[in-house]
Design a protein around this ligand. Structure first.
Ligand code: NI
Length: 190
């Protein structure tokens, strides 16, 4: 296994629509080895998720793992899961705006509006179907990760550019309010 270099905003691979992965390709040793590397890279970077284009491979695969992440202590946990060819269906008009950041956009955060109730359908790394509903912050995480598979980065969804800030200013000026907002979302949506 290997930790792969993360691609940063401006790299054209982040702007491609990721291609679908066939069952045969998914089962291949090469793709399984790539998925191992994707997961190891996500862990090394302490990310809550990582999409294949972020390590330079424009295939429709993203990993998510939220396990007592020190970067996101307010986030409910979600076990390590690899999503292949994921599809999101929005199930409610309710949205909330929250600060997001991205491993491919170093030291920048900004407010993004996300749906608070979605359905996620995909297959896992073994080709087995995944189909569940998810709410709240975790729903936002999936929307962020799967945006990477359609060539979008969170900055595209920041409707108020005056909310952009670096980590130091986020900590200094916005973190306290943000944690309260995040906890309110957890209380409301789980
Ligand atoms: Ni990202």
């Amino acid at each position: 296994m290997a930790v792969l270099p993360i691609r940063f905003i401006g790299d054209p691979v982040l702007r491609q629509t990721a291609r679908q992965v066939s069952p045969e390709e998914l089962a291949s040793p090469e793709m399984q080895s790539f998925i191992d590397d994707l997961v190891e890279t996500m862990r090394a970077a302490k990310g809550a998720g990582l999409a294949a284009p972020q390590v330079g491979n424009p295939v429709a695969i993203a990993a998510v793992c939220i396990e007592d992440n020190p970067r996101y202590p307010y986030k409910p946990n979600f076990p390590l899961t690899v999503f292949v060819n994921p599809v999101i269906t929005v199930l409610s008009d309710e949205t909330r705006s929250l600060y997001e950041g991205c491993l491919s956009v170093p030291d920048l955060r900004g407010r993004v509006e996300r749906s608070m109730h979605i359905r996620v359908q995909a297959v896992n790394r073994h080709g087995e179907p995944i189909d569940f509903e998810v709410k709240g912050l975790t729903a936002g995480t999936f929307q962020h990760e799967f945006d990477h598979l359609i060539g979008m980065v969170f900055v595209d969804r920041v409707t108020d550019p005056s909310t952009f800030c670096n980590w130091a200013n986020f900590d200094a000026f916005y973190r306290d309010d943000f944690v309260q907002e995040a906890e309110a979302i957890v209380a409301e949506f789980g």
